[in-house]
Write a protein that binds this ligand. Sequence first.
Ligand code: SF4
Length: 547
Amino acid sequence: MRTAQVKIRPIKQNRPRITAQPKPRRPLVVFDMALKDPNVPKYKQTISGAAHCLSLTLRNSNTAGVYFMETPLVQQKDPAKFAFPKEYQAEDRQLIFALSLYDDLFKITQAEVAAIKKAYPDAKIIIGGSCVNVSNDLRALASFFPEATAFVKGDGEGVITPLVQAMASNYLDTKLIEGLKGVYVREADFEYLNETTNALTEAELNAQPGIVAYQTLIKDINKHNDLSLHTSRSCKYRCVFCSHKYHPAPIYWSAERLIQELKRIKEMTEKGLLPKGALNIHFSDDDFFQDKERAIKFFQLLTADPSLRKAFSFVFQGTVASFYKNGELDFTLLAYLKMIRVNWLNFGTDGFHPEALAFFRKSHSLEMALRLIFILDEMGIPQCHYCILTFPTMSIQTLTETMFTILKIAERPTVHFLYNLCLISHDDSDLLPSAEKLEQKNIVISQTGQRKILPTELPLGHEGAHKTIESALSSPFPNRRSLRKRFTQGKPKAEKRWWRRIERSDRKLLSSKDLKIGEALLYSKHTFIKRLAIMELAKQLMPEIVV
Ligand code: SF4
C-alpha cells in the first residue's frame, strides 16, 4: 500500500445549492477505458479488467446502467457527434464517464477528458487506474484534469457504488461521499480528500461477482474471440520499471473460485448466453503462476473434470521465475500445461543478456529463461516473450550478444517476441535523468504549475553507442520485392505462396515506402519478419560479421 497517511479534509460549508430536480432514471456509467494506441501491436483494445469488475459491482447493486466505449472520443472522427446506441437512452440519464489513467497514455487521457466535457458538459468524470494508484498527492494529480469530478485510488470496488450514487443526479449528494477511502472529489465549492489506498482483501476479491452476459461484452468476445479474466492483484516481484504495486502482498482468486467461474462460463455458452469465443480464456493476471500452489490446484481440478478441460483453451501470462522450484524447472507445472489446451504463454522475460537481467532486477537468469524456452518449444507450446533490447549502461558488444541470443531462440518455431527498444522509466523511478536533461516532450505542466514527468525512454549511457543504434535502426529494411526474391528464388508460384503466408497487417507494413529496420522490428506481427529485422540490425551494427 502506498501511503498510511490519511488526510480527511472537512467538507466546506458552502455546498452547492440543490436547485434542479434529480433526473428520474438510473445513471449511465460509460467505461471509456479503451485508450490504447491501435498502431502499437502490444496494445489490444478490449474491455479492461477494471471495467469488467467495476461494471459488475454496479450492476449487482443495481446502481447504474453501464456502457463500454469501443473507441475513445478523441479517436472518433467527430467527437461532438458521437451517438450512444438508442437502447441506452443516454440523453435522459445522468452520464458518468469512468477512465483508467496510465502513465504512457497521460496526454491522450487529458485530451479525452476535455473532449468528454466538451461533448457532454453535464457529465461527471471519474478517473482511476495505475497512475492514480501510485499517486502520493491526488490533488496535485487532479490539477492535470480540471474537467474531472473524482479520482479513485486503488481497487475501486468498495467505493464505486456510493460514488456513482452520489453523482446519480445533476447535483452531487455529498453525504454519500463522506468517509470514502482513497477518493478525491471536487465540484464547485465542495472538496473531499482521503489519500488512503483502497486495497481489497483476498476474501473480498474472491467474493467478486462472476461474469454476466451483456451486449458489449458479447461484442468484445466476438471481436477478439476470447474472454479476459483478471483473477489476482499485484505481484511479488520488483522489476525496476514496474509501477503495478499498491497491495502489500499479491492476492488471488482461489483455484476453486476459478473452476466455479469456468463452470458458469461453460454453462452460459451452452445456453447460448455467451458466444463460443468465451471458451478461449485469456488470463490477464501479471503472473498467473506466481502462487504455484493455486496454479497446480487449479490444473488438478481442471484436469479432473474432462468435460471442463476439453471445453476451454487458455492464454496465460507468467514470469520465468515462476516456472522454477528450488532452482529446477517445475516439471509438475509443465506436465499440467501439456494436459490442457494452451493457445499462448506470454512472458515478461525482458532481458536476453545477464547484464540486462541484472539491470532490470529480474528474478531469473538467462540460463533459466533459455531452459524454459527450449523445453516449452519441445512441448510445442506457443510462447511470446516481451523483450527490452537496450538499457542505459549497455555496450554495443552486449547488444550484439543479446541479438545473437535472440536469433538463436527465434529459430524455434513456437517462439514469438514483442520488442521495446529502450527501457522506459516512470516518474517515481530513480533511473530518471535530472529534470534539466529531460526534453520538453517528457514533461507536462498543469494549470496550477504541477509538473508530471511522462514515461521516458532511457537511452544508452554513452551518446556514441546510442547514435550508432539509432542510425542502425533507421537504416532501410529490405523492401517486399527483394524479400520475395530472396526467399523464393524468383519463382512466381512460390512468391505468391510466400506473400499469402504473411499476415495482412505485415503485408501492409512491408509494402510501405521507406520502411526502417526499427519499424519492422516494433510493428511487425510475424516472427519471421521480426527475426529478419534483428538480423538486419545485427548486420548494421557489426558489418564484419555475416549473419
Ligand atoms: S513481474 Fe511483471 S508485474 Fe511483476 S514486478 Fe515485474 S513487471 Fe511488474
